[in-house]
Design a protein around this ligand. Structure first.
Ligand SMILES: [Zn+2]
Length: 424
């Protein structure tokens, strides 16, 4: 059934804000004509006071299937995405076994079909994700891979130039988790006052920065690279300089790096443990500046669900990572738009247009006639606390209880309403 979204504030990354109605019909977007605003049999959604965005595209999600289905599955990740206003998500390949063969990839691409959010798969850039030789990248592309990365591990320096050239030749993005693991050592939290206060081993800034510099220098001569989850002022500065030099580098950050610092870690609570770790207030300020001036291309959740019993082990032995799909929208609205760091249109670049471009999704990322009918409607007015439980199977988040605005109220994927906020 066609759906008419009336009275909302439309936010397009290119044309900006406009007050007009939006028609969702036949899986495509359209603007209703003045003569016949109501197609026959059309459902009407009153979006008065609400913000209507192109569907959010989250380029960094761990769905944990196969291997850790107690934490998340494709089905629960897709449902969590829909509840978070995320209409498309790129899944990371560090599953168990790793998403590293065409047969495995095909199996899970099939399994993801028909779920409430579009799930796209990245494939391991190195064979078995072991970092010793290149994967069969062409065969992985043929099996459905949308990107290559060894996320969780850093792309091996010795293979980097070859990987960049092969990915560029295949026309797929190469994503790197920039971390020099020798520098990380046994660190579990940012090296600095918080590590000393909590008596925990620190992760130095160089662990991220040296890998970022290596990626950028390789990209300058060998092909495009996308830097995942940037957390440091130095990384943002390096990305800015690379872009000024005209080198093919893009970068993402995650909400926790602009919403929190390591000073927010008050106790040995592993719901604050992720990689890279929460940094200093100067780093946070630089990430915000990078989002404001366009240096950072996109915001991704790095949704990394873990079972509560594993996170209960504390900083020293719990796994790294926090959930993010269902807090992505309200953290971006509350911390970026309502605090006037970025405009609504820039937020639409960060969450819609730029990730669509990275992943080659030509008909996604805009509210324009003929584009895919993926739409995210947010409520900027009502503040609500981050709940203790999510649609996701896991709730390992440092944001529990934090009052935020900008929660999704309606998510449309391919013309189908896949999430409606419960009436309160
Ligand atoms: Zn990573």
């Amino acid at each position: 059934m066609p759906l008419l979204i009336k009275n909302g504030l439309l936010v397009d990354p290119v044309s900006g804000e406009s007050r007009r109605d939006l028609l969702v019909s036949g899986g495509r977007l359209a603007f209703p004509s003045r003569n016949s605003p109501h197609p026959p049999g059309c459902e009407v959604f009153d979006a008065a006071g609400l913000w209507v965005f192109p569907g959010f595209i989250d380029a960094h999600v761990h769905a944990r299937e196969p291997g850790a289905e107690a934490a998340e599955t494709l089905a629960s990740a897709a449902a969590a995405a829909a509840a978070g206003g995320v209409t498309s998500a790129l899944l990371m390949p560090n599953t168990s076994p790793a998403m590293a063969t065409p047969a495995l990839l095909k199996k899970y691409v099939r399994r993801a079909a028909g779920l409430p959010s579009n799930l796209y798969f990245s494939a391991a850039a190195t064979a078995g994700r072991r970092g010793l030789k290149l994967s069969g990248l062409a065969a992985l592309k043929k099996a459905g891979a949308r990107a290559f990365t060894d996320d969780g591990s850093c792309l091996p320096r010795g293979l980097l130039a070859g990987l960049l050239k092969r990915a560029a030749a295949l026309g797929l993005p190469l994503l790197d988790h920039p971390e020099d693991f020798r520098r990380t050592g046994g660190g579990v939290v940012n090296a600095g006052p918080a590590a000393r206060r909590l008596g925990l081993p620190g992760i130095p800034a160089e662990a991220e920065y040296l890998a970022v510099l290596g990626d950028i220098l390789a990209a300058a001569s060998s092909g495009p690279v996308h830097l995942q989850h940037l957390s440091l002022a130095a990384s943002v500065a390096a990305l800015r300089a690379a872009k000024a030099a005209g080198w093919p580098v893009t970068g993402e950050t995650c909400p926790h790096y602009f919403a929190l610092t390591d000073a927010d870690i008050k106790s040995d609570d592993a719901n604050f443990k992720m990689k890279p770790p929460l940094r200093s207030s100067a780093d946070r300020a630089a990430v915000l500046a990078g989002l404001a001036d366009g240096t950072i291309d996109l915001v991704a959740s790095d949704h990394a669900p873990h079972e509560a019993r594993l996170k209960a082990r504390g900083f020293r032995s719990a796994p790294f990572g926090i959930t993010g799909l269902e807090t992505l929208a309200p953290l971006c609205v509350s911390e970026l738009v309502l605090k006037k760091v970025v405009s609504k249109a820039r937020l639409a670049r960060l969450l819609c247009l730029n990730p669509a471009r990275l992943l080659g999704l030509k008909k996604k990322g805009r509210l324009a006639p003929g584009f895919d009918a993926d739409v995210t409607v947010l409520d900027p007015r009502r503040a609500a606390a981050v709940p203790e439980r999510f649609v996701s199977k896991s709730a390992n988040t440092p944001f529990t209880g934090r009052a935020l605005r900008g929660w999704p109220v309606l998510t449309i994927v391919g013309g189908r309403a896949v999430y409606r906020a419960p009436v309160r």
